[in-house]
Design a protein around this ligand. Structure first.
Ligand code: SF4
Length: 361
């Protein structure tokens, strides 16, 4: 079989930081078992139903990744580069098999190897829904085939984490799962109910603390403007409260974005949800950051975070790198940047639909 005909399953999304690390994406389950959050609705997964994949299927995908990786390495040796990957190796392979240029799997494996083949992200929305023993078997097989992997991460719902016994989480950590990304969105119970997150603030806290106790690095995602103008203060205050209790390694800010098909877009169009202006979003952020008392990193690593025009250029207010700002050391710096943004005339701030360049709100 030609390399361009070899494929493994790749799911729709991964956290921005995993893109930045050129992580290999390995699909353990399909779609989201919840698909009800009103700002998301599982649209990114085509609203397809959740499915577990068998360990045999997953192992077959890992085998395919290994075959592609071995072929790439072989060509590098043939060309005299001793396993090193470079433009010449890629060109030679595409010249021999032009369809490789369009092979998402080949491009991913090539980029992954080029970046050191150290990080893997397990897809889709809630890998911990998989029976723990099967998840461990898949991770063990992955590490057996690629012993150089140092970081394996995944998304998990707080609901699932909160139900998973500590000994099972520790077993997963022991097997090599290193980091969990959780969509906290908000710590405000009223807002969690309104957006149908399917979890309470108490469950978020239990889940986050348990993940930390099991030894995971924990990333918690917060959705700025989720409560719109009507509930920004409760959203900011309660989210800080919950995160202070959890003390995650990373808090990652991801402003609300309403894509076609999500119920909250209907709320917006009917006038039932009034979104905050750029300055109001910064005011919400200021309340949140002022109350934040944790010892991890606050990250603005999503391209929708605050942009403004400065002459002919567009600038981001915060650094969008994946490791963000260290707290508490850089808290004052973040607050100063928020104030800087508030001093910029609101008309110079970019509305996120301008940033996206897409036909949505
Ligand atoms: S749990 Fe996550 S993926 Fe599923 S609907 Fe909610 S936000 Fe979307």
């Amino acid at each position: 079989m030609k390399l361009s005909e070899m494929s493994f399953e790749i799911g729709a999304i991964r956290p921005p930081s995993e893109g930045g690390s050129n992580s290999l994406l390995l699909r353990l389950t399909r779609n989201c078992p919840w698909s009800r959050c009103r700002f998301c609705y599982g649209i990114m997964y085509g609203r397809e139903k959740f499915e577990l994949r068998s360990v045999e299927e997953i192992k077959a995908d890992i085998d395919t990744v290994k075959t592609i990786a071995d072929q790439i390495s072989l060509v590098s040796w043939e060309l005299g580069y001793a396993g090193e990957l470079n433009h010449q190796v890629a060109s030679a392979m595409v010249n021999r098999d032009p369809a490789l240029r369009l092979s998402e799997c080949f491009v991913m494996v090539f980029n992954w190897l080029y970046s050191g083949a150290k990080t893997v992200f397990l897809q889709d929305a809630n890998s911990l829904a998989m029976p723990t023993a099967k998840l461990i078997e898949a991770i063990n097989y992955l590490k057996e085939k690629f012993p150089g992997i140092t970081r394996i991460t995944t998304y998990a719902r707080s609901k699932t984490l909160a139900k998973k016994p500590l000994n099972k989480l520790k077993a997963l950590r022991q097997a090599g799962l290193t980091r969990i990304h959780v969509g906290l969105e908000t710590g405000d119970d009223e807002l969690l109910r309104r957006v149908e997150k399917g979890v309470t603030s108490e469950e978020h806290i239990i889940a986050g603390k348990r993940a930390k106790e099991a030894g995971f690095e924990l990333s918690e995602y917060v959705m700025i403007d989720l409560g719109g103008r009507a509930r920004y203060r409760e959203h900011a205050e309660n989210t800080a409260r919950v995160l202070n209790e959890i003390n995650p390694d990373f808090i990652r800010l991801r402003p609300l974005r309403l894509i076609p098909g999500v119920p909250m877009l209907d709320d917006y169009e009917k006038g039932e949800l009034v979104l905050s202006s750029p300055h109001e979003r910064l005011e919400e952020l200021k309340i949140f950051v002022r109350r934040l008392n944790f010892t991890g990193r606050l990250c603005f690593d999503h391209f929708l975070n605050a942009w403004y025009r400065d002459g002919t250029r567009s600038r981001t207010l915060f650094s969008q790198d994946y490791s963000g700002y260290k707290f508490p050391e850089q808290k004052a710096e973040v607050l100063a940047l928020i104030d800087e943004g508030l001093r910029v005339d609101e008309s110079a701030h970019l509305h996120y639909k301008e940033i996206m360049g897409m036909n949505t709100i």
